[in-house]
Ligand binder design. Structure first.
Ligand code: KG4
Ligand code: ZN
Length: 336
């Protein structure tokens, strides 16, 4: 079984060709990071236009790289939710059109489910039930997954997503965009105990949830003083590194504490992590160490399958193909 997968929910246009033996025949990602950097964040309208320019050439390139013709395909999978609506519409419209023109079944994939499918794709030996953490720019949620395709939400952020907090903290600290890798790099040179934000992301009244908006304010006041956003940067280079390290320490600590706590409570043998923030080295290492202590194995995808890509869309698409979960040409994009 051969599947073509398309992803365009945010600022990456991605196309992959994958077969059901988990062989990746093509995996292309056209990133718009340079385009959005001048604005300090993703501009939805700019993103949609950029997707439109590259999506068809990228599909042609992926088929060529895989050495296949459209007639070899068994299905087309596409992200249809959640994400930026204009961006999603480009991928969905391309997939629907090709599904019609090439007479191939269409599969509408949920982007968050796909982030988790990246973990099971990379670790096919995983056993159910497992506990899963999705940490991306738009979402931070904990799930209990009793079987393929069944997702029970057991916790999540009460406000900002973790990736969003990395991005905003980086902006406040003058570290640029995207913030996750910038904070991680600065944190290497900093002291994680310099600022005490240890418990900032752990809402006391909600023992399964996260909160990432308070720490952002903590970073803002530490970096810009009470003048807030309009203030000048008060920290020198070492101070910025210390703030980045303290921020990362607190965010990682919260993510690990809640995830491992949920795994212990549910008595699962496996812990899966997906989403862009799962590319964070400190998080990956801390989760592995903590999981080992409760005799849990970890399924954390390789770096390139953590941030947005289309292999994960194919991975979820293959599961849905097996379950007979097809869409038709009424498939629509949905922001939430
Ligand atoms: O999954 P993703 O690529 O897109 C969404 O679905 O949102 O996640 C993007 C997020 C961004 O907020 C980015 O700053 C964050 O993942 N990120 C990281 C790292 N690499 C990407 N956060 C922390 N450390 C990283 N190394
Ligand atoms: Zn994502």
């Amino acid at each position: 079984m051969l599947i073509l997968a398309i992803e365009s929910s945010c600022d990456e246009t991605a196309v992959a060709v994958v077969n059901d033996r988990r062989e990746v025949l093509a995996n292309l990602v056209a990133s718009q990071i340079d385009l959005h950097r001048q604005f300090g964040g993703v501009v939805p309208e700019v993103a949609a236009r950029a997707h439109l320019e590259v999506v068809l050439p990228l599909i042609a390139q992926a088929l060529a790289a895989a050495g296949i013709a459209p007639s070899d395909l068994d299905a087309i999978a596409v992200t249809h939710r959640p994400g930026l609506i204009g961006a999603l519409l480009i991928g969905v419209t391309a997939a629907k059109t090709l599904s019609w023109a090439w007479n191939k079944p269409l599969i509408g994939v949920n982007h968050l489910e796909a982030h988790l499918a990246a973990a099971t794709f990379a670790f096919p030996e995983i056993t159910y039930p497992y506990v899963a953490l999705i940490v991306s720019g738009g979402h931070t949620n904990l799930f209990h997954v009793p079987a393929v395709g069944v997702y029970e939400k057991i916790g999540g952020t009460l406000d900002d997503a973790a990736g969003e907090a990395f991005d905003k903290a980086a902006k406040i600290l003058g570290l640029g965009f995207p913030g996750g890798p910038a904070i991680a790099a600065a944190a290497e040179r900093g002291n994680p105990a310099a600022f005490n934000w240890r418990d900032a992301c752990l809402p006391r009244k909600n023992p399964r949830d996260f909160s990432f908006s308070g720490i952002k304010t903590g970073v803002l006041y530490a970096a810009r003083g009470l003048a807030g956003r309009r203030g000048e940067l008060l920290l020198d280079e070492q101070g910025v590194a210390d703030a980045a390290a303290s921020f990362q320490f607190a965010a990682v600590r919260a993510l690990v504490k809640r995830t491992v706590g949920a795994a212990r409570e549910k008595g699962v043998r496996w812990l899966a992590v997906g989403g862009g923030v799962a590319a964070n080295r400190a998080l990956r290492e801390a989760i592995k160490v903590a999981a080992t202590k409760i005799h849990c194995q970890t399924a954390i995808p390789p770096f390139n399958l953590c941030t947005d890509n289309a292999v994960m869309i194919a991975a979820r698409g293959i599961e849905m193909f097996a379950a007979g979960e097809f869409a038709d040409l009424t498939l629509d994009a949905a922001a939430r």
